[in-house]
Write a protein that binds this ligand. Structure first.
Ligand SMILES: CC(C)(COP(=O)(O)OP(=O)(O)OC[C@H]1O[C@@H](n2cnc3c(N)ncnc32)[C@H](O)[C@@H]1OP(=O)(O)O)[C@@H](O)C(=O)NCCC(=O)NCCS
Length: 182
């Protein structure tokens, strides 16, 4: 399927945010905003970035993934002021869409990610080819669990020793699986 059947917008807007396709030139901004911050990357699947080049490499992979339809990464910008404050992504696999997101620490707890995720879920729900939207989250990542619940997702399962989060531990961590029907 899948991604080939999806018509994916490069730009979307919510009340306070703009989601726009990530570009390689975003590397310095995103490195400064969040990928170099160990507090932000604690529960993520990749190592905290040590240099802008790490972010540039990530964005180059994101470019190729967008072109091939395997993953779509948007930069989250504030509509007022235009600051790049995070990213949100969708990975379609068959009729399933996996979601990931991250936000700069100085923008936490303003409802931004709930706003971005709610919008993305609404967009995905309108796509005929998508039957299920899902995301994994560390059992200790309470803020992310809250965001998913506020956006209408429900906790479906506890997956034991499911995933290594390299900034936390070399041992695979227990994760919750959240989902919503599209
Ligand atoms: C998870 C994350 C995206 C949340 O973004 P955000 O814009 O701050 O989220 P929102 O403001 O929409 O909602 C956060 C909610 O979590 C709550 N929260 C925040 N920290 C919390 C904590 N330690 N314990 C319990 N609840 C917490 C907030 O109070 C808020 O709930 P409320 O609206 O009922 O008050 C952001 O914290 C982040 O980028 N974290 C690091 C990366 C990450 O974990 N990504 C997800 C991987 S699964």
């Amino acid at each position: 399927m899948p991604a080939r059947d999806l018509s994916v917008p490069e730009d979307m807007e919510t009340k306070r945010l703009r989601l726009r396709r990530a570009r390689t030139r975003d590397a310095p901004m995103l490195f400064r905003a969040y990928s170099s911050d160990p507090e932000v990357t604690r529960y993520l699947t990749w190592d905290t970035h040590g240099s802008v080049d790490d972010m540039r490499a990530f964005l180059e992979r994101a470019h190729d993934a967008w072109e091939s339809g395997s993953e779509f990464v948007w930069v989250i910008e504030e509509r007022s002021g235009g600051a790049a404050v995070g990213t949100i992504s969708v990975r379609p696999v068959g009729r399933r869409a996996g979601i990931g997101y991250v936000l700069a620490r100085d923008r936490w707890n303003r409802g931004y990610m709930t706003e971005a995720l709610t919008h993305l879920i609404a967009w995905l729900s309108a796509q005929e080819g998508i039957a299920r939207i899902e995301a994994l989250c560390d059992v200790d990542n309470l803020a992310s669990q809250k965001v998913m619940e506020k956006a209408g997702m429900t906790r479906e399962a506890l997956l034991r020793r499911r995933m290594v989060l390299p900034n936390l531990s070399p041992k695979p961590r227990d994760m919750y699986l959240y989902s919503v029907r599209s």
